[in-house]
Design a binder for this molecule. Structure first.
Ligand SMILES: NC(=O)c1ccc[n+]([C@@H]2O[C@H](COP(=O)([O-])OP(=O)(O)OC[C@H]3O[C@@H](n4cnc5c(N)ncnc54)[C@H](OP(=O)(O)O)[C@@H]3O)[C@@H](O)[C@H]2O)c1
Length: 265
């Protein structure tokens, strides 16, 4: 199968690297298009994929076209791809652009809309996707194969993609904030900055792996390390007083609402 990337920025690069790492295809099966020659040169040199300036040439080359430009550049990129999109599977990762709008801009393509996240760069993305009615089971399998290369993949109904954006799309920013705050807490208690940072990162990483590996609810795992009158309950009491749980719920809700507003524009 041949793949074209419209846009060769951070997400496109992460997906391309993931596809090659997963041996989904070889570099000569991929062409990336972008107006910035410097970016393309770098991508081409480091991955061996084909690089072109024209979206039309890229789209014509492939049977699967991945739309990886910013939402404000989507209309222009699709117009530039033109007839190259005819009969192709178009996989968009542009935040907030509904399948109906994408199908309007690319009426001759079968559309899949996906929401990956930035851990794609290290092969640990969480991606959810929804399909237009015109998408076939082979299209679904092709999209799943692409996103499996950069992490885990979840099919969802399109009306859930704003919630996905609020949770896993924006979530890496929330977790970075948590890591930064834990690290600050360590420094406040006398740890050197680098050690505090490393301990915070490893704690988040290790706990996430523990939760993923266990069938238990996170509350049960939390209980296991919370001894009566101990240190952890003292810390948890402060987190509850600071409404951290509620703040995270509200953060996901606010981001999902913002995604819904952007989708409606
Ligand atoms: N980053 C995230 O966390 C994340 C998560 C999920 C989904 N997304 C979505 O992924 C998409 C890409 O995000 P990103 O972070 O990878 O952005 P990015 O690094 O800015 O990459 C976008 C690339 O598209 C290029 N471009 C602009 N107009 C173009 C056109 N007409 N044809 C072809 N290429 C064009 C840009 O080139 P110039 O720099 O020259 O303009 C840039 O290299 C966005 O729609 C975003 O909503 C991002």
């Amino acid at each position: 199968m041949k793949y074209a990337f419209l846009g060769a920025g951070k997400m496109a690069t992460a997906i391309i690297r993931g596809m090659l790492r997963a041996k989904l295809c070889v570099p000569s099966d991929i062409v990336a298009a972008c107006p910035e020659p410097e970016l393309l040169g770098e991508l081409g040199e480091s991955t061996g994929v084909g690089c072109v300036a024209s979206n039309a040439d890229a789209a014509a080359f492939a049977s699967v076209v991945l739309l990886c430009v910013k939402p404000c550049d989507v209309a222009a990129a699709l117009a530039q791809a033109g007839a190259g999109l005819d009969g192709k599977l178009l996989v968009s990762i542009a935040a907030g652009l509904p399948i109906s709008k994408l199908s309007e801009l690319a009426p001759t393509s079968r559309v899949i809309r996906a929401m990956p996240n930035t851990p794609a760069t290290v092969g640990r993305a969480a991606t959810a996707y929804a399909c237009a009615e015109s998408a076939t089971s082979a299209d679904r399998a092709a999209a799943e194969a692409v996103f499996s290369g950069i992490g885990t993949v979840y099919p969802v109904a399109e009306n859930l993609l704003n919630a996905v954006t609020g949770l896993s799309g924006s979530g890496p920013a929330y977790i970075c904030l948590v890591i930064e705050a834990l690290s600050d807490g360590g420094v406040h208690c006398g740890l050197p900055r680098k050690l505090a940072h490393d301990l915070a990162v490893q704690t988040v990483l290790g706990t996430a792996e523990l939760v993923a590996a266990s069938n238990a609810h996170p509350a049960l795992l939390r209980d296991m390390v919370t001894s009566p009158a101990g240190t952890t309950i003292a810390g948890l009491r402060k987190l509850e007083a600071g409404s951290v749980r509620s703040a995270l719920i509200e953060a996901v809700h606010a981001a999902a609402e913002r995604a819904r507003e952007l989708s409606a524009q």
